[in-house]
Design a protein around this ligand. Structure first.
Ligand code: 4NP
Length: 154
């Protein structure tokens, strides 16, 4: 899960997708990072922590890190939160195999979700709740798609 700062959208996406995968018995390594290293080592934004906590998910142990080139090999799928993150990732990719791993998170969920998870950083708490709910609805559909494909480990 990749956004710009790795303190608002992608930590939420990481924790929400992890929760959906766990509920559906799918084993996967899920991580998040930012296209920038501006907030490296920091916890998620306090508003993201608050909203997630309100919905029963703990974000407080996550720490921001920048995207590393090795991530292209370490992960099978790389989800960008918006088109700017998507384009930045495409620029970093050096091979067709790496490029093929990059997807817009919302496109993976289906046609009705649009392109971009809006950046709530300059917004208010209500914007964070909207982002949470959007990610949660999209994650629900994404997990169903993986469930059809992924081994469950059983
Ligand atoms: P994120 O939000 O990409 O969803 O983590 C942002 C966090 C920090 C900044 C911008 C967006 N920033 O400009 O520092």
């Amino acid at each position: 899960m990749v956004c710009l700062g790795n303190i608002c959208r992608s930590p939420l996406a990481e924790a929400i997708v992890r929760e959906h995968f766990a509920k559906n018995g799918i084993h996967a390594r899920i991580d998040s990072c930012g296209t920038s290293g501006w907030h490296e080592g920091e916890k998620p934004d306090t508003r993201a922590i608050h909203v997630a906590h309100d919905r029963g998910i703990d974000l407080s142990t996550l720490r921001s890190r920048p995207f590393r080139h090795q991530d292209f090999d370490a992960f099978d799928v790389i989800f960008a939160m918006d088109r700017s993150n998507y384009n930045d990732l495409l620029e970093m990719a050096k091979t067709p195999e790496h490029r093929e791993k990059i997807h817009l998170f919302l496109h993976f969920a289906g046609r009705d979700f649009g392109d971009d998870v809006p950046d709530p950083y300059y917004g208010n708490l209500a914007d964070f709740y909207r982002v949470y709910d959007l990610l949660d609805r999209a994650a629900n559909l994404i997990v169903l798609g993986f469930q059809r494909e992924a081994p469950t480990g059983e």
